[in-house]
Design a binder for this molecule. Structure first.
Ligand SMILES: NC(=O)c1ccc[n+]([C@@H]2O[C@H](COP(=O)([O-])OP(=O)(O)OC[C@H]3O[C@@H](n4cnc5c(N)ncnc54)[C@H](O)[C@@H]3O)[C@@H](O)[C@H]2O)c1
Length: 396
């Protein structure tokens, strides 16, 4: 598995969690691929996954995990001691990433020596890094996952319209036409590596990059993992629809700390996130309504995010009532099992010769690519139908 954003809170929790489960030091809690509904599907064994990735900060998995434990308490020291050699081995596979036109907030995170290369050279270096990783570890397949910081929106450019135009933009070093996520997705698409886009960054699915995925016949899916407040929203909103209760307003306030929160404190980066969190209610309910998503950076919370939602709705005889909920989750603990599920599904799709977007994975994303369905229950049925289809194919 190739992790873009390899030493982030989420990527570190993914590596620690996968190794802990593989060594039977933790149960596979939170993984949909371990549910009875997925029985009999030939998913990759978690113990066989080798980790590598790109990062823009100096670190290693032991230090990153110890930092998470000190701040949030989610990765127990005895577990980290037991995984010391696994974490050291994975750290050897992490190399310096690319950050063209990443925006000032992401630039300020970087402490690896900035590589001032032309875009085309950066692309080739990223490509070579992944090939070398596969060769060194004798891997038949590599699945790429984007877990980098949320980027600001990218200004539309004619370079995005086709793969040929994008290639020309790379060749003339048109840095303004790309973001790091576009470069990473482009390499995955042109190398034929399945790609999971877990962040809200828009640039990964430019038409040019989708064309490249289609040409190489490669599965991909995104964007923005659905792990917390939005997950609850997509489960609860259908209830109002089923009972013909009219939702008048849905106000949501999120407070979070950590590096992710710091990046989202930049209003340009935040816009990207709010767009993916705010889109689903009118789509589920079928009418426009007053909504608001607030995100504030509260450093002392670290990865323990809190969301308060207030839902104002109208019932029989027009009487107005309210539902409120408070969600207190540890962001990376919620997201890491989804990343492992998604990687297993993407790998399965590649082995089955599937290509393009994976709509059956809609339930894992806030903005599932190419899927208009946001109701969690219906999205779940898409996943169950896919699992049944795979099983039927195995029998036939
Ligand atoms: N519940 C969740 O944790 C959750 C849910 C949905 C989406 N996400 C998204 O996943 C991403 C990761 O979340 P996180 O909490 O781990 O954040 P994080 O800030 O801890 O990790 C991001 C990592 O990416 C690295 N990075 C930034 N730009 C890079 C580049 N160009 N190349 C290589 N590395 C780069 C950073 O140095 C950092 O280590 C964010 O975009 C977040 O919005 C997280």
């Amino acid at each position: 598995m190739w992790l873009f954003g390899a030493y982030g809170g989420l990527a570190t929790t993914v590596v620690v969690g996968a190794r802990a489960i593989a060594r039977r030091l933790a149960p596979p809690r939170g993984l949909a691929t371990e549910l009875p509904v997925a029985a009999g599907i030939p998913f990759q064994d978690l113990g066989d996954i080798v980790f590598g990735g790109h990062e823009i900060r100096h670190s290693d998995y032991a230090s990153s995990a110890a930092e998470i434990q000190a701040r949030t308490g989610s990765l127990p020291p005895e577990l980290l001691r037991a995984l010391r050699s696994d974490l050291a081995a994975a750290s050897k596979n992490v190399v310096t990433g690319a950050m063209p036109n990443a925006g000032r907030t992401i630039d300020s995170l970087a402490d690896r020596k900035a590589v001032r290369e032309p875009l085309a050279t950066q692309v080739e270096r990223i490509r070579d890094d992944i090939r070398a990783f596969a060769r060194r570890n004798r891997l038949d397949r590599v699945v790429c996952v984007n877990l980098t910081s949320t980027e600001p929106a990218l200004r539309p450019s004619p370079a995005h319209r086709s793969a040929a135009a994008f290639e020309r933009a790379l060749a003339r070093n048109d840095v303004k036409a790309v973001r790091p996520s576009a470069i990473y997705a482009w390499v995955a698409a042109t190398e034929g590596l399945p790609f999971v886009h877990f962040t809200p960054s828009e640039s990964a699915f430019l038409p040019a990059i989708r064309e490249a995925f289609a040409t190489s016949g490669t599965p991909f899916m995104g964007r923005d993992g659905k792990t917390g407040e939005t997950l609850v929203k997509s489960a609860l909103a259908p209830m109002f629809a089923y009972r013909n209760l009219r939702v008048l307003s849905w106000q949501g306030y999120n407070i979070l700390g950590d590096r992710d929160g710091r990046v989202l404190a930049d209003k340009e980066n935040k816009k990207t996130k709010v767009a993916t969190k705010d889109a689903l209610l009118p789509s589920i309910l079928g009418y426009p309504l007053h909504t608001h998503v607030g995100i504030d950076y509260v450093p002392s919370l670290h990865d323990l995010k809190t969301a308060w939602d207030f839902v104002h709705f109208e019932g029989f005889l027009g009487f107005k009532m309210a539902l409120q909920f408070i969600w207190q989750g540890c962001d990376a603990i919620l997201a890491a099992p989804l990343v492992l599920d998604l990687v297993r599904f993407a790998d399965l799709a590649k082995r089955r010769g599937e290509s393009g977007p994976m709509p059956h994975l809609a339930c894992f994303f806030k903005q599932p690519f190419g899927v208009q369905e946001h109701d969690l229950h219906r999205q779940w049925q898409l996943l169950v139908a896919y699992l049944d289809h795979v099983r039927a194919g195995q029998r036939g």
